[in-house]
Write a protein that binds this ligand. Structure first.
Ligand code: URA
Ligand code: SF4
Length: 212
């Protein structure tokens, strides 16, 4: 299982998005409504990586347009990261869910789905070559830095990025340009939402400072 055969070489963002719409690199395309590719300007200096589209994103076809997206938008604004400077995407491009009656319940993508979808994230990062990559939550962190990644231990400090052809491994390279933080939906689930939000904001400020 891999998206690799679907990813065009030397493609721009528009071409990647078009190709991703037809991806059958893992089984997740079967039940989801559509591929939700990353969005943002080709000049984006920061790429924010979430986990996978949620229910709203799956229906609307755009990343971070549901409740978690509203938390993220507010935090980006408060951290001084301009929307024009940001490209928002996910580690996995199709919504994974189970059904309970009419409801669709979010399911965490597994390591095989993460690995299968990684060629899309690699292509996005190769094309954009951002100064800073923000991993929103453990899944994004593991996609970028490997299964050993722990968000509680590694959040809020610049971490070295593996070479892009070795994404998802512990191989480190160059200056720290990855900053990890909690997922915005973890803010919504937290017992103390204000404290969780403040933590997210503090981490995004670390990312913003790298852009200065
Ligand atoms: N959660 C994510 O990780 N990504 C989205 O696009 C929406 C919710
Ligand atoms: Fe392709 Fe990723 Fe969707 Fe799987 S989740 S079908 S690899 S785009």
């Amino acid at each position: 299982m891999s998206a690799e055969p679907y990813v065009p070489e030397h493609a721009d963002l528009g071409e990647l998005q078009k190709a991703a719409a037809g991806c059958e690199g893992c089984h997740l395309y079967e039940d989801a409504t559509q591929t939700v590719f990353g969005e943002g300007g080709a000049d984006a200096r920061v790429v924010l990586v979430g986990e996978q589209p949620g229910d709203q994103e799956d229906k609307q076809g755009h990343p971070f347009v549901g409740p978690a997206g509203r938390v993220l938008d507010r935090a980006l604004d408060e951290a001084g990261i301009e929307r024009d400077d940001a490209y928002v995407t996910n580690a996995v491009k199709h919504f994974k869910f189970s059904r309970q009656g009419k409801r669709r319940i979010h399911q965490k993508p597994g390591i095989t789905e993460l690995r299968a979808c990684l060629p899309w994230l690699r292509a996005e990062l190769t094309t954009l070559n951002p100064e800073v990559i923000v991993a929103l939550g453990a899944t994004a962190g593991q996609a970028l830095l490997g299964p050993e990644f722990r968000v509680t231990k590694q959040r809020g400090v610049p971490l070295p990025c593996p070479p892009l052809d070795r994404l998802g491994t512990r191989e480190e390279q160059g200056e720290g340009r990855i900053v990890a933080t909690i997922h915005p939906s973890a803010v919504l689930r937290a017992e103390d939402r204000d404290a969780a939000y403040d933590g997210l904001l503090a981490d995004l400020r670390v990312a913003a400072a790298l852009l200065a």
